[in-house]
Write a protein that binds this ligand. Structure first.
Ligand code: ACM
Length: 535
């Protein structure tokens, strides 16, 4: 490319005048009308789709009608209106109706269709309107995400854009393969505030994830207020990796996060990691240590050096108090007990501890999840085991009747570097380029483990090396949408070659949403990363 050199301000002004005149006279090109639904870049790809070669346009006559006066459906309708109004500049209203509205509108309704399950939906689009149906509200919410992806990327911008706002016509019938589709943020190594978590929830919901696991405690910080043991947060929450100021969520803030997630059909799973990864608690209360001496706060990145004292009664009184308080603010069914890398705990103490803590969680009406090491203890009924490292533990878990959450580090750990040039992140499990994150199947990756043993994939974002949410976004995107597709879409016919074309079209969507993504060279992004969409 020849470079244009401007030698003085006179010629610069002349150039500007010529360019301005040219731009004012050039006819504005409308974007092509989307006519072929089969060419649209939906992630996760729907189970089935029929294109009918016309399109629907949002106009100033468009409103969203929901069936009946269900508060829940009205809320979903309003969520969609709130996504569409800022960028279109339209005044789309949400109204109740017991029958399909007149032409030009969007209609959300519940229609029994057993095959779709609790989260599936049918989206029918023609020139006259858009009709979204589902067995249950969650299905409507996921269908709304598909509607967003069928509109131009500028729909995600926060200010008015030119339009037009058209969607290709046809019918989509869609439902997830796995019911547990998760991601995780470690808020202990570095703390992330309520607004960051809400943003993560929104971005995950766009790809139809329904689980947000928060690693609330670790050696470097305790991030949730526990009223009966106040020093945990007030003292144990004061640090983070590198010596930053840390922080914690009050119970009121945590409840607000839970509500925010519920409104997006997402369950928050709180993790209290134990008996290892517990230095922040051991620094806050001396009596939790076997030697009765409080530990120093810790801001490094070593693992495996801390443990609660499995032989002391006070340990279990403490855990009972913590689990009771966390269970009371967590309406979801699960509490994650960690259990990973407890290298400072004797084997017999570890087994004793995990057995007792399972009973504590059950006594507060919650179901246990733990990292794969907990499968070396005797698992109670309905325990979920999260594979991250040792496949033998996954097999042990399945032999005990447990179901698996699949988080193999070499494929799903979002803190792993893309390649040797990535500045953030680590690479102890693998370098994970975008193709590697996508090209595997949870149901075949471990011999002897099949789809019936698996709840779904969860993609953990550990935070030793990231300290701003922009940095989190760079590691999470664009790998998380790939994991979302493995979770939602059928494995048959899956191909990186086809997926990477759809992913390329999400570049402008990430940009419109302000997501600071990694522009992998393996993908021919549909935008120049230096020429971001106008905000
Ligand atoms: C883990 O990565 N320690 C679960």
């Amino acid at each position: 490319m020849p470079t244009l050199r401007i030698s003085n301000s006179g010629s610069a002004l002349l150039l500007l005048a010529v360019l301005t005149t040219f731009m004012a006279c050039a006819p504005k090109k409308s974007p092509p009308v989307p006519m072929d639904l089969a060419q649209e870049s939906i992630i996760p790809i729907p189970v089935s789709l029929t294109a009918t070669n016309s399109s629907f346009e949002l106009t100033n006559a468009t409103d969203i009608y929901v069936q009946g006066d269900s508060k829940e459906l009205l809320k979903i309708g309003q969520y969609l209106a709130d996504k569409l109004n800022p960028s279109t500049g339209l005044d789309i209203k949400v109204k109740s109706s017991n029958e399909a509205p007149a032409a030009g509108n969007i209609y959300l309704s519940i229609k029994k269709d057993a095959e779709l399950g609790a989260e599936g939906y049918v989206l029918s689009i023609n020139a006259e309107g858009v009709h979204l149906t589902a067995n249950a509200p969650a299905g409507l919410f996921w269908g709304v995400q598909t509607i967003r992806q069928l509109l131009p990327p500028e729909i995600e911008l926060p200010s008015k854009q030119a339009g037009p706002w058209r969607m290709a016509s046809g019918t989509i019938r869609d439902k997830p393969t796995y019911g547990f589709r998760g991601t995780m943020l470690d808020v202990a190594r570095h703390f992330f505030g309520v607004e960051d978590i809400k943003r993560f929830i929104d971005l995950a919901a766009y790809y139809k994830l329904n689980v947000m696991h928060l690693g609330l405690t670790n050696d470097q910080g305790w991030r949730i207020e526990i009223k009966s043991w106040p020093k945990l947060a007030e003292y144990g929450g004061k640090t983070e990796v590198g010596g930053g100021k840390g922080g914690y969520y009050t119970q009121e803030q945590f409840k607000d996060l839970v509500r925010y997630a519920q409104d997006r059909y997402m369950t928050i799973i709180p993790e209290i990691d134990m008996p290892g990864h517990s230095n922040a608690a051991l620094a806050s209360y001396a009596e939790l240590n076997c030697d009765g001496k409080a530990r120093e706060l810790y801001t490094g990145t070593e693992v495996g050096f801390s443990t609660f004292c499995a032989q002391k009664d006070i340990t279990y009184k403490f855990i009972d108090d913590v689990i009771r308080e966390v269970a009371a603010i967590s309406p979801g069914p699960y509490i994650h007990i960690g259990g990973d890398e407890s290298h400072a705990t004797k084997k017999e103490d570890y087994i004793l501890f995990v057995n007792k803590v399972q009973d504590i969680v059950l006594s507060h009406g919650k179901q246990v999840i733990g990292w794969d090491e907990i499968a070396t203890a005797s698992l109670k009924k309905n325990v979920f085991v999260q594979l991250w490292s040792d496949e033998k533990n996954a097999s042990l878990a399945v032999k005990q009747g447990a179901k698996l959450v699949m988080s193999p580090a070499r494929k799903t750990y979002l803190d792993m570097q893309y390649d040797s040039t990535t500045k953030l992140g680590l690479h102890w499990a693998a370098y994970i380029e975008v193709d590697s994150a996508y090209s595997w199947d949870p149901a075949t990756i471990i011999p002897g483990i099949t789809q019936k043993d698996i709840l779904g994939i969860e993609s953990p974002m550990w935070s030793e090396t990231v300290d701003t949410f922009d940095e989190v976004e760079y590691m999470v995107f664009p790998r998380l949408p790939g994991h979302a597709e493995l979770n939602w879409s059928p494995a048959t016919g899956r191909s990186w070659a086809a997926y990477k074309k759809r992913l390329a079209a999400h570049g402008p969507r990430f940009t419109a949403m302000g997501v600071d993504y990694y522009p992998s060279k393996l993908v021919e992004w549909k935008e120049d990363k230096d020429k971001k969409l106008k905000n």
